[in-house]
Design a protein around this ligand. Sequence first.
Ligand SMILES: NC(=O)c1ccc[n+]([C@@H]2O[C@H](COP(=O)([O-])OP(=O)(O)OC[C@H]3O[C@@H](n4cnc5c(N)ncnc54)[C@H](O)[C@@H]3O)[C@@H](O)[C@H]2O)c1
Length: 249
Amino acid sequence: MTFKDKTIIVTGAGGGMGKATVDLLLKAGANVVGCDLNTDALLEFEGKDNLMTCQGNLLEESTVQQIFKDAAERFGGIDGLANIAGIAQSATPIDEVSLSEFHKIMDINLTMTFLTCREASKYMKERIQGKIVNIGSVSTTRPRPGLQSYVASKGAVESFTKALALELAPDHINVNVLHPGPANTNMLGEFVKKGSDVEDGKKEIFERSVPLGKLLQPTDIASSIKFLLSDEANMITGIVLHVDGGRSI
Ligand SMILES: NC(=O)c1ccc[n+]([C@@H]2O[C@H](COP(=O)([O-])OP(=O)(O)OC[C@H]3O[C@@H](n4cnc5c(N)ncnc54)[C@H](O)[C@@H]3O)[C@@H](O)[C@H]2O)c1
C-alpha cells in the first residue's frame, strides 16, 4: 500500500486514533494534513516535510475552507479525508441531558463531518477521484443506556456516509464509515458515568464487552482507515466496517 504523492487530511489528528493514523500514513509516504483543536501530540513528527499541521476549530466553516485550500496549494490536491474528530457523551439519563449538550454532540460529531466532507468533495470532484472515511461507533449497532445523543450523532454519520457514497460514486469518490469498538484512548474514560471510577469502567464495562477479550488499540483502527484510503479499496464504497473485536455480534 503506497501513498506516495497522495495527500490525506486527518481530523482529530491530536487524539488517540488520529495520531496513530497520521503516523501510519506518514510511514506509507503520504502527505498528511493533521487538524485538531490541539495539535501538540503531533510535535513528535516535527520536521517531516510531508506533514502539515492545522490547529483550529473544525466547526468553523471558514477554518475548514482555509485548511483544504492551504493543503491543496501546498501539496497539489486532496486525495483522502479521514474524519476522526469527535466527542463522547458521559452516560447520562435523557431527562438530565440539556439541549445545549445535545446540540454540542450533534454539532461536533455530525455537522463537522458535513463541513469537511462538503469541502473534500469540491477538491475530489475536480480530479474525479478521492476517498473519504468517516468514523462512527459500534454503539450505533449496540447502544448503551445513557449514550442516546452520542448514538444518534454516530447513527446519522452512518446514514450520511451511505447517502454520500451513492451521490459521489459517479465522481469516483469512495465514502465509507468505520465503527470502532471500545478503544484505549482518552475518550473511552469519558463515556463512563460522571463520578464513576474511569479505570474500573474501562475494564468492567468496556473490556468485558469485547468478545476478543481486550480493548482496541488506536493502531487497530488506524490500519483499517489506511486500508480504506488505499488503492486496495478502490471498489469499496458505502460500507460499514466494524473494527470492534466482535462487539457488534
Ligand atoms: N475511543 C473509543 O472507544 C471510541 C469508540 C467508538 C468510536 N470512537 C470515535 O472515534 C473517534 C476518535 O476517538 P478517539 O478515541 O481517538 O478520541 P480522542 O478524544 O482521543 O480524539 C478526538 C479528537 O477530536 C478533536 N476534536 C474535537 N472537537 C474538535 C473540533 N471542534 N475541531 C477540531 N478537533 C476537534 C479533539 O481535540 C481530539 O483530539 C471519535 O470520532 C470517536 O467518537 C471512539
